[in-house]
Design a protein around this ligand. Structure first.
Ligand SMILES: Cc1cc2nc3c(=O)[nH]c(=O)nc-3n(C[C@H](O)[C@H](O)[C@H](O)COP(=O)(O)OP(=O)(O)OC[C@H]3O[C@@H](n4cnc5c(N)ncnc54)[C@H](O)[C@@H]3O)c2cc1C
Length: 431
């Protein structure tokens, strides 16, 4: 029996529930990846929705997946176009019985799923979706999504006591694909209308897309350097590869599953050390889960200026102030340094993201949605739920028990960059 496996933000072979289900129930598997031109279009604010840093990482991730599938005896069919057109056409051409894919959380992606389902069902083809992007499965959390707690602490405490984390999928040794199918080449950045800026030597890590690099980074952060043992003390850092895991770009595209990280941390706790740092990495992964469930619960509200709490706060549309913020030319050197890092590398620390977001929304009072769209374009680790969820939170329209999460830039700079090392780093003119 034939099945088509549509890869989305699950660009991996290891612990991929969708792929494993296909292997268990079908004998002839056709993996496909579809580049949707809408994801490379301009946003309402005029930025590339996917800028060059993330696009490069995506292209590398798709290429790695293709190589890994070929090593397993299969291939990856690459297509360019709207998946709600491309997938049904391919499914009909291959005469498959079923299309399998991973379920997403945010509204745009779920709208695509719904439309695709209608089209496939209309053509007599089954469509099976698997939830797998979180640590706790949607089916195992102790609330229906409409009753998800509105604060993270309530969510975490109850999830930790009343839910559980499912086991990893068995290792994949073979993917059987019988017929050869025409595929387009993986596009280049130029094909996508993008140019890669020159590499900046100050980048925190040489991020390479794909499952192999994700597993390497995990191995390095845990076993080779044992940096995990002091994560809780270092995680507010600003400079270099070591202050945090830097796993976010791979998590965003699903090059690694959060469960793989979880079970590796458990192994580390059993063999090396179990302390508040080892727990804290899991704690942060639970934050990531929470934003995904919030995105599912609140749909389009997550992307609106009044946010998930539908709070009417006055924001202005000062284009000049926004431009200065985005270019790192504000009155605040610490904000500027962070924006320069983002613009030059596609990455910014969590502390930096909180401060620049707070500065835009609370000090400049500029529409926070512009900032979120700017992050969407630039961040190598952009994911809709984490980005828009964190921006809601920072702008005071999200699920924060404190009314306004205001960060005083000067006191934050004094606390986290007391010797101006970070500011100085980004004020040097390094190529
Ligand atoms: C305004 C703003 C926008 C953000 N946009 C994104 C985004 O688009 N994509 C993204 O992955 N993260 C986003 N974050 C969350 C966080 O800043 C990054 O996940 C983190 O900096 C990535 O670095 P790391 O992998 O070294 O994280 P670590 O500190 O090593 O944490 C491990 C993992 O936990 C998860 N995590 C950590 N903090 C958060 C958080 N606050 N919310 C959700 N997940 C978290 C990430 O998957 C991260 O890789 C945003 C935060 C803010 C304040």
């Amino acid at each position: 029996m034939k099945a088509l496996v549509w890869f989305r933000n699950d660009l991996r072979v290891t612990d991929n529930v969708t792929l494993s289900n296909a292997l268990e129930n079908f004998t002839d598997i056709y993996p496909v990846y579809c580049f949707d031109p809408r994801e490379f279009a301009l946003s309402n604010q005029g930025f590339n929705r996917t800028g060059p840093y993330r696009a490069k990482f995506l292209l590398e991730s798709v290429a790695t997946l293709k190589n890994m599938l070929m090593e397993l005896g299969s291939t990856l069919i690459v297509k360019m176009g709207d998946p709600t057109e491309v997938i049904p056409a391919l499914a009909r051409e291959l005469k498959v019985k079923t299309v399998l894919a991973s379920k997403e959380a945010a509204i745009e992606e779920t709208n695509i799923e719904n439309l695709l389902e209608q089209k496939l069902w209309g053509a007599g083809i089954e469509f099976e979706l698997f939830w797998q992007s979180t640590l706790y499965n949607l089916a195992d959390i102790p609330w229906p999504i409409k009753r998800l707690p509105e604060t993270f602490t309530d969510f975490r405490k109850q999830a930790e006591t009343e839910s559980f984390i499912r086991d990893l999928m068995p290792a994949v040794n073979e993917v059987r694909t019988f017929a050869r199918v025409d595929s387009e080449e993986i596009p280049t950045l130029e094909d996508l209308g993008l140019n890669m800026p020159e590499t900046d030597s100050r980048v925190v890590l040489d991020f390479q897309g794909g499952e192999k690099a994700a597993l390497e980074r995990l191995k390095n952060y845990l076993w080779e350097t044992k940096l995990l043992s002091k994560y809780k003390e270092t995680r507010n850092g600003l400079i270099g590869a070591n202050y945090s895991s830097k796993l976010s770009p791979w998590l965003a595209l699903g090059c690694i599953s959060p469960r793989t990280i979880y079970y590796e941390v458990k192994k580390y706790e059993a063999e090396i050390i179990k302390n508040s740092s080892t727990y804290w990495l899991i704690f942060e992964l639970i934050w990531r889960d929470y934003f995904r469930f919030i995105a599912k619960k609140h749909g389009a509200k997550l992307f609106r200026v009044n946010g998930i709490r539908e709070r009417e706060i006055e924001f202005n549309e000062d284009k000049d102030a926004f431009k200065k913020w985005s270019e790192g030319k504000t009155s605040q050197p610490f904000v500027n340094a962070n924006m320069m890092e983002l613009n030059s590398t596609g990455f910014m620390s969590n502390r930096g993201r909180q401060i620049v977001a707070s500065f835009l929304a609370h000090d400049l009072k500029v529409k926070w949605t512009w900032g979120a769209a700017y992050f969407e374009s630039l961040l190598i680790d952009y994911d809709p739920a984490s980005n828009w969820g964190n921006w809601n939170y920072m702008a005071g329209v999200g699920n924060d028990p404190r009314k306004d999460r205001y960060f005083n830039v000067e006191s934050q700079a004094a606390k986290y960059d007391p010797k101006n090392e970070y500011i100085n780093l980004w004020n040097e003119s390094v190529g």
